[in-house]
Design a binder for this molecule. Structure first.
Ligand code: NAG
Ligand code: NAG
Ligand code: NAG
Ligand code: NAG
Ligand code: NAG
Ligand code: NAG
Ligand code: NAG
Ligand code: NAG
Ligand code: NAG
Ligand code: NAG
Ligand code: NAG
Length: 502
């Protein structure tokens, strides 16, 4: 076995010298003497040990449990939370509207000049202030020895983490529900194996850990798991919906993370939201779209994340803690590109499974128009590490047509939240993606319909801003906003949608 993998020195030199250069266009002088090189694949293992044959030294050890010292904290939910129920809510709400503060001081936040104390600039690389300890440059928050307190520290923190918990709870149920509703054969037909199902189950269990973390940072009023109403009817639609839901889950947290009062909470939340980002990529891969068609992940305001999430929650337990965020009216994209189409240009109007803004693309199109089972590079959208579709889902200049709902609709748990907008007449489409907010003019075709076009701008040269699953809003004006003050867009938002670019 060992001898087989050893090449003679002469063979190695021959192979290194045989490297054609350059293999990456424009990148020259890349060669250096690599002492190991790939030989052709032969002698692949054909027998597999049914019991260990090469024992390594080990001591028998198990994680401490229960009252043993060092035992891990229990989770707020095992993955089995008892009987579940799903579907729309048919009852009458006993309360309505978002939670309100004792007083509201103004209609919107007034802009201020830059923070007068934020003037640090290092002109020469030397340190400008005494170091508090060796190898410890001055500055930072929570670095002066104060004991960490892993608890929310303001109404802003409390409402942000409560929103995050509502999101973790749906993910825990959603990932399991797809596994429960569809069989191994259903998954196999769409190119997803038992190993892929195991990965989805693992991701569900991760959510029970995230729900525990967030519950602990909130205290005893942390909301409990709710009952959900999912839009999907097939395995493809399930993974597409997950891809969209984890996108706004990730972006919802990235929008408030840097604004949290509690740096400790931000610390732990960063360490869980990066897992959500990984989940989003996995579901993109399972949907057979480009794994990450962006250089930066977007941050969105909390009220946006709540607007996307609420329609999929049918009811919550009686005294579940309620949220303070706004629910915006729904903005539907009439010609939303269908991720299942061989030719996304041929997507018909309304090719999504329902009216809620994050509803997945309809996967039940005729087989000859579908890319799901195609096995041709550039055309396939079966599960893969990544896909490079010849015909993109969307492109700059593409006309995008919209319809939107009037405010005042009952949405969310027990239909107990009401959509609202404070904005004037719609005039712009705001495209929120990566680090950018770009406006295009809206052309009205009715009082609740209109069109615009996909903007062409780049974040940095070579990185088209609009790509992947991203966020669109109708606005009454086009204020200049950047990632850290994007939430100041809220008073201008008429309706909110989700765009499947790519
Ligand atoms: C670097 O810049 C700081 C601030 O202007 C100055 O105080 C310091 O003397 C400079 N150090 C060097 C080595 O030039
Ligand atoms: C330590 O830093 C925190 C801010 O991170 C500040 O609120 C606190 O007053 C500081 N404590 C001392 C003793 O300087
Ligand atoms: C909801 O009710 C239960 C049972 O009465 C109680 O234990 C829990 O603290 C309540 N939750 C909230 C958020 O008030
Ligand atoms: C929501 O509906 C559930 C299930 O019917 C019920 O138990 C709960 O009390 C309701 N909550 C509100 C706020 O109406
Ligand atoms: C899709 O439509 C765009 C715009 O009309 C066009 O440039 C592109 O070639 C079309 N793609 C295909 C495969 O037809
Ligand atoms: C796709 O086609 C290639 C070439 O015909 C073949 O080698 C490969 O096994 C096929 N893959 C699948 C998943 O059918
Ligand atoms: C990937 O797609 C682009 C755009 O269609 C095309 O230019 C490129 O050749 C493709 N690369 C591969 C390896 O398929
Ligand atoms: C989106 O990203 C993919 C992958 O990088 C790229 O092929 C495509 O051209 C991008 N879309 C647009 C509209 O630029
Ligand atoms: C548009 O007008 C119709 C008829 O007057 C009305 O029912 C609907 O609510 C309006 N839509 C919006 C978004 O204002
Ligand atoms: C997009 O974001 C980049 C990086 O923040 C910025 O330099 C650029 O001006 C932005 N473009 C627009 C149109 O906002
Ligand atoms: C948002 O921040 C940018 C700087 O990044 C600033 O130019 C703009 O005026 C701010 N917008 C508002 C409404 O404060």
């Amino acid at each position: 076995m060992y001898a087989k993998s050893i090449l003679s020195t002469a063979a190695i030199i021959a192979m290194v010298q045989a490297l054609p250069a350059p293999q990456v266009s424009g990148y020259t002088d890349a060669d250096w003497p690599i002492s190991r090189t790939e030989s052709s694949v032969e002698g692949i293992a054909t027998s597999f040990p049914s019991e260990p044959v090469s024992q390594i030294s080990a001591i028998f050890t198990l994680p401490p449990k229960g009252t043993e010292p060092g035992a891990a904290p229990t989770r707020v939910a095992s993955i089995q939370t008892g009987p579940t129920s799903h579907g729309p809510y048919e009852g009458t709400p006993t309360t309505t509207g978002a939670v309100k503060a004792p007083a509201t001081l103004a209609a919107s936040i007034a802009p201020l000049p830059p923070n007068p104390t934020h003037t640090y600039y290092n002109p020469n690389g030397s340190l400008l202030h005494p170091a508090p300890a060796p190898y410890t440059p001055a500055g930072g928050l929570g670095t002066n020895g104060t004991e960490p307190r892993y608890m929310v520290n303001s109404d802003f923190d409390y409402e942000s983490i409560t929103l995050g918990l509502y999101q973790e709870w749906i993910e825990l149920d959603l990932f399991l529900n797809g596994l429960a509703v569809f069989s191994e054969e259903d998954f196999l037909r769409e190119g997803l194996t038992a190993e892929d199902r195991h990965l989805i189950e693992y991701m569900a269990i991760q959510e029970s850990g995230h729900a525990t973390l967030l519950s602990n940072m909130l205290g005893h009023t942390a909301p409990k798991q709710c009952t959900y109403n999912y839009p999907w009817t097939t395995v493809r639609e399930f993974v597409d919906f997950n891809q969209k839901l984890t996108k706004w889950g990730e972006s919802g947290v990235l929008g408030f993370l840097a604004h949290l009062d509690s740096r400790e909470v931000a610390n732990l939340l960063s360490q869980s939201i990066t897992v959500e980002s990984r989940q989003q990529i996995v579901f993109r891969q399972m949907t057979g779209v480009f794994a990450m068609p962006e250089w930066f992940e977007t941050g969105i305001p909390q009220s946006w994340a709540w607007t996307y999430l609420a329609p999929y929650i049918s009811s919550c337990p009686a005294n579940n803690t309620r949220l303070a965020w706004q629910n915006f009216p729904a903005l539907q994209i009439v010609n939303q590109p269908n991720v299942n189409r061989l030719s996304p240009n041929n997507t018909a109007d309304g090719e999504v499974v329902g009216n809620r803004v994050a509803d997945p693309s309809d996967s039940t199109i005729p087989e000859e128009e579908s890319c799901v089972h195609v096995n041709v590079t550039g055309y396939s959208c079966g599960p893969a590490i990544t896909r490079n579709k010849t015909e993109p889902l969307s492109f700059p200049g593409r006309v995008v047509r919209f319809t939107w709902e009037a405010p005042g609709m009952a949405v969310g748990p027990n239909n107990s939240y009401i959509t609202e907008t404070k904005a004037g007449a719609p005039a712009f489409v705001a495209w929120v993606s990566q680090l950018n907010l770009t406006y295009t003019p809206l052309t009205l075709t009715g009082n609740d319909s209109g069109w615009s076009y996909q903007p062409p701008n780049e974040v940095y040269e070579g990185d088209p801003a609009v790509n992947g699953t991203m966020f669109v809003a109708l606005t009454d004006s086009d204020p200049y906003l950047t990632p850290f003050n994007l939430s100041m867009i809220n008073p201008h938002v008429v309706a909110l949608g989700l765009y499947q670019a790519g």
